[in-house]
Design a protein around this ligand. Structure first.
Ligand code: NIG
Ligand code: FE
Length: 427
């Protein structure tokens, strides 16, 4: 793989840090900006980071410049590619009827109780061929890259039987193999109780733990196990049971928590989940324990926006308590059909009073911590994977500012450029 040199970067947000661990409190605003910067990548890794002037004086570069692919960033902003640490891409159809029902006044929970919601996505996935599902996931990954995302956590969770959960994870794997970015697969068999187990959630949890999870682990189809722990889905005890089974199989755990109702964090934190996501309803008394843990609170404001909620998770309370906060899209057909990390960041700024700098750290380095990938992803530092996003504009605050339009000009995933910069289009 040839070397790649990005020069004339107006603002390079390195997100470098001397400290080990996710960003918390004031450190969430430290972007490690270098003006007039350059980044040299080789073999899919970042090898040096500094100013354009210093890069062009480098003896190795002077000698080898002809063999290096050079990208003139024309004063644009460059940052680590986004790490979208919570997505559900393995589905077939948008849920347009649910969308209209909500507009006419029904809530997400009312729609689910009437047979809509997550259960209405099951049929499409069960009937889809693996090839068709792979094509859907591939199209989503390609679109994510166009919006600046280079690492994606991808959940199953719309098959909800052995065959279709395996098919979903196999589709994610097949799509990931064709994509230059990085994909972290998650088994979400415990998304909701499927209709054939209605009224017997215990039996379904046993199936998830004793049949589905062993098959997933044997085929190495997932790195994490997720549970939707909430009213109308799975209880805290069922979640703990699923987490224990995951630990036995050597799989990491994470949960959807506090989206619709409050669950106390204490017992679940003992299972050391990599992240707890949504977190709209969290008891204040649980914050010190969360702050002392390595568990990342992943906030997904796209879901609040799309469900038409006036309330958003209290991001300031999390940040000020010292909890590690990440942002993700929660891309899915029911509550958050957006794959744009800049959109999630914009919502965090306008509705959760997160600053643009905090939003960027939450969407990059803390997303990497949420996936336990911070040794490779989430910052622009020598030795890390060459995952970069180039944005039109000359100031990083423009990324969440220009909402609703894609301003990502180029992504580089594991050293592979995706797209081409046109000259003189920096603003
Ligand atoms: O994160 N809350 C559970 N899961 C998704 C919704 C999935 C769906 O509605 O299809 C979420 O919001
Ligand atoms: Fe989700």
């Amino acid at each position: 793989m040839s070397a790649l040199l990005l020069i004339n970067i107006g603002q390079l947000l390195t997100l470098r840090s001397a400290a080990d661990g996710p960003r918390r409190g004031a450190s969430l605003s430290e972007l490690g900006i270098i003006q007039d910067a350059a980044v040299l990548c080789m073999g899919g890794k970042i090898v040096s980071v500094g100013t354009t002037k210093d890069a062009l004086r480098d003896p190795w570069l002077k000698k080898n410049r002809k063999t290096v692919i050079e990208i003139d960033c024309g004063g644009r902003v460059v940052l680590p590619g986004f790490v979208d640490s919570h997505t559900h891409p393995a589905f077939t159809h948008p849920r347009l009827v649910d969308f209209e029902r909500r507009i006419s006044g029904a809530s997400y929970e009312e729609i689910a109780a009437a047979g809509g919601g997550i259960r209405s996505s099951i049929d499409g996935v069960r009937k889809a061929s693996k090839t068709a599902l792979t094509q859907k996931v591939s199209a989503v990954l390609a679109d994510m890259a166009r919006h600046g995302t280079t690492t994606v956590e991808a959940k199953s969770g719309y098959g909800l039987n052995l065959e279709s959960e395996l098919k979903s994870l196999e589709a994610i794997r097949a799509a990931a193999r064709e994509w230059p970015g990085s994909v972290v697969p998650t088994f979400l068999g415990a998304h909701v109780v499927p209709p054939e187990y209605r009224g017997c959630s215990g039996e379904y949890v046993d199936l998830v733990c004793n049949v589905m999870m062993p098959a997933v682990a044997r085929r190495k189809l997932a790195q994490f196990v997720d549970v939707f722990c909430d009213r109308g889905a799975f209880s805290a005890d069922e979640t703990a049971q699923i987490f224990a089974a995951a630990e036995e199989r050597g799989l990491g755990v994470r949960a959807h928590l506090g989206q619709l109702s409050e669950t106390r964090l204490g017992p679940l934190l003992q299972c050391r989940p990599a992240s707890l996501d949504h977190m709209d309803h969290v008891n204040n008394e649980d914050l010190p324990a969360l702050a002392q843990s390595d568990t990342v609170a992943t906030l997904v404001p796209g879901a609040n926006y799309f469900l038409g909620l006036s309330k958003y998770p209290n991001a300031r309370r999390f940040i000020e308590s010292g909890a590690a906060v990440a942002l993700a899209t929660d891309y899915n057909p029911g509550s958050s059909p957006t794959l744009s990390m800049p959109m999630a960041m914009s919502l965090a700024c306008t509705h959760m009073k997160v600053s643009p700098a905090e939003a960027i750290a939450a969407a990059t380095i803390n997303g990497a911590w949420a996936l336990r990938l911070a040794d490779r992803k989430g910052s622009v530092e020598a030795g890390k994977d060459a995952d970069l996003a180039v944005f039109d504009g000359s100031d990083y605050r423009e990324i969440p500012y220009w909402f609703g339009a894609n301003r990502c000009a180029l992504t580089i995933m594991n050293g592979v450029p995706n797209g081409q910069l046109s000259a003189g289009e920096k603003t």
